[in-house]
Design a binder for this molecule. Structure first.
Ligand SMILES: [Fe+2]
Length: 587
């Protein structure tokens, strides 16, 4: 099975910082965009934008030609997009089907061979200077050029999943009024050779993805509406963080109460005491919660108006509450059992990921866990964060307005993609760090983003060093020492792929941390193959990963003051691994 995987993850520690990869809209953004004023707004936007940039324009679908050459290169594609055709090369007209797709094995007549290349060229006629929104997908790699310059490439990571669609990878490119030459290089995967491309009319969802500039805000003014979420993170004893996004930047608050109570308590989104109104990505902390108690909450927006003041004593009177009331259960008391489910490396397009989650949910019933852990690499790349990660993962954990809290670990693929920075407001600790600690029930959790990077030209190793010093201090805390079990969650496993190499940097970290306090369990992902070993006295479990439900697994962990039970299985609910650890006293 493993040899056939086309998305092999790091068997080395090399980080991928490419912006290449896939991103499949989940349909929700399209749906939501319909709620935004559409007719006229787009054209008014295009015509009144003046010198501000970017200035989006709509273009007709062009006529494409297939270049008849065996295995052309990306340099050829760049040249062809400048109108330079090598001697002896010809082309023929081709047509995409109604889903904007083209089968290149049929179109070229060449036998399928992995990384076999073809180039399509077209002349795009633009009504004026501006930027054209586009999106494309390929089985399995593509790169798009205009006038000799590359604007998007998935040559390194590929599409991230099949079947492909023209919505897989949104991008944009500039055009001049009149004729613009473009070229699309498509390389085959091992199982197919196809591409799909389209130039959608600008809409609010697409434009927000391409640009967060003032011009987009002007065309689509912020509205007091929920866009994505809510989702909940940092499931610690006594508190959680509630996240959501709005239709444009605006101030927000959360009202909450215990189930059955009449009145709400309000928590504003503050930034050093300032009522934040500069962001559409909201995170609000609820603390002082009673353990194992059901709470309700609702989201409140403060649309921009003259009365809006950042100074709380004069907080605005005009407010709009989103109509829905959500609920969640606060984490258990320190000595009460806690259960969490974990998965890792869900490298699949958003719609497939939702389908996969539904399958595992049916078998394991996610609502029976106190919280859900993702051990990193939610998506292949973060090029389309909102649709892929919020719509294609985080939102799944709000079912019938009941929210299961999440604990999300930062993986190597969370460094990849043009929107990689959006992971932070969605899942990082409140201080913006990708590592944090929390106590939940009788377990103490260290969530790390540790890679064991040696000092080099980058200063990434400083993050590792910072984490280690912090982790040592955390393990000396009362919360850690009084816990029955200490658990590390880190994307990269200690001991390498087989979790048995004691010279591996993460294994050496584990050995050092074990001298501070015994680490009972280390959960990791990254290598996409399930393993259980004991390393430096710690039980290490590496979860499966891959591009289909069958390649993944779910690991359920239940912690009581006396024992920690781990069960791993697939989406049929049958277990393939199960074990129990007993609590160890700290000397
Ligand atoms: Fe991965």
């Amino acid at each position: 099975m493993r040899a056939t995987k086309r998305v092999a993850d790091g068997t080395s520690r090399a980080f991928s910082r490419s912006v290449n990869g896939d991103g499949v809209p989940c349909g929700r953004a399209e749906f939501r965009s319909a709620a935004v004023r559409m007719s006229g707004a787009v054209f008014g936007f295009s015509q009144t934008a003046g010198a501000a940039e970017p200035h989006f324009v709509t273009v007709e679908s062009p006529e494409w030609e297939l270049v008849l050459a065996e295995n052309p290169t990306r340099e050829n594609a760049a040249e062809l997009s400048l109108g330079r055709i090598p001697d002896g090369w010809n082309s023929k007209e081709i047509t995409f089907d109604s889903a904007h797709r083209l089968n290149l094995t049929q179109a070229t007549g060449f036998p399928l061979q992995a990384r076999q290349s073809a180039i399509l060229t077209a002349r795009i006629v633009a009504p004026e200077d501006g930027v054209v929104p586009a999106s494309a997908g390929a089985d399995y790699y593509f790169e798009f050029f205009r006038e000799g310059k590359s604007y998007v490439s998935t040559l390194e990571h590929g599409n991230g999943g099949t079947p492909i669609s023209a919505d897989d990878r949104p991008f944009s490119f500039p055009v001049k009024k009149g004729v613009n030459r473009v070229a699309l290089l498509v390389q085959a995967g091992s199982g197919g050779w196809e591409c799909a491309i389209r130039f959608p009319e600008p809409n609010a969802a697409a434009l927000r993805r391409f640009s967060r500039t003032a011009e987009v805000l002007q065309a689509f003014p912020p509205a007091p509406k929920l866009r994505y979420g809510p989702w909940i993170t940092h499931p610690q004893a006594g508190g959680v963080f509630i996240h959501f996004t709005s239709e444009g930047p605006m101030a927000a608050a959360v009202d909450f109460r215990k189930n059955g109570e009449e009145s709400w308590t309000r928590r504003y989104e503050l930034w050093n005491g300032y009522l934040r109104r500069d962001t559409d990505r909201h995170s609000i902390s609820l603390q002082g919660l009673e353990s194992a108690t059901d709470y309700q909450f609702r989201i409140v927006f403060f649309p921009k108006d003259e009365s809006l003041s950042g100074w709380l004593p004069q907080h605005p009177k005009f407010e709009v509450a989103a109509p829905a009331v959500y609920s969640f259960r606060a984490m258990p008391a320190l000595q009460d059992p806690v259960t969490f489910f974990a998965m890792s490396d869900t490298h699949m397009p958003g719609l497939s990921r939702l389908e996969m989650l539904r399958g595992y949910d049916r078998a394991w019933r996610f609502e029976t866990a106190d919280f859900f852990v993702h051990l990193g690499d939610i998506s292949n790349t973060l090029d389309n964060f909102d649709d892929e990660v919020l719509g294609g993962f985080a939102e799944y954990f709000c079912r019938r307005n009941r929210v299961t809290p999440l604990c999300v670990v930062h993986g190597n693929h969370e460094y990849a993609g043009g929107e990689a920075g959006l992971w932070n407001p969605g899942f990082s600790a409140p201080d913006g760090k990708s590592y944090y600690a929390f106590r939940c029930g009788p377990a103490f959790f260290l969530v790390l983003a540790y890679w064991g990077i040696e000092p080099d030209a980058t200063n990434l190793h400083e993050l590792d060093r910072e984490q280690e010093l912090w982790a040592e201090a955390m393990l000396k805390s009362e919360a850690a020492r009084s816990a029955s079990f200490r658990i590390i969650l880190n994307h990269c496993p200690p001991g390498g792929d087989r979790a048995d190499d004691v010279t591996d940097p993460t294994a050496r970290l584990l050995a050092r941390l074990n001298q501070v306090a015994p680490i009972d369990l280390f959960l990791a992902g990254h290598v996409h193959e399930y393993r259980r070993t004991v390393l430096c006295g710690t039980t290490v479990v590496i979860l499966d990963g891959g591009r289909s439900a069958e390649e993944l697994n779910l690991t359920a962990v239940r912690v009581t003051p006396e024992q920690l039970t781990v069960q791993s299985g697939k989406n049929d609910g049958n277990l393939f691994d199960s074990f129990t650890l007993s609590a160890r006293a700290i000397p």
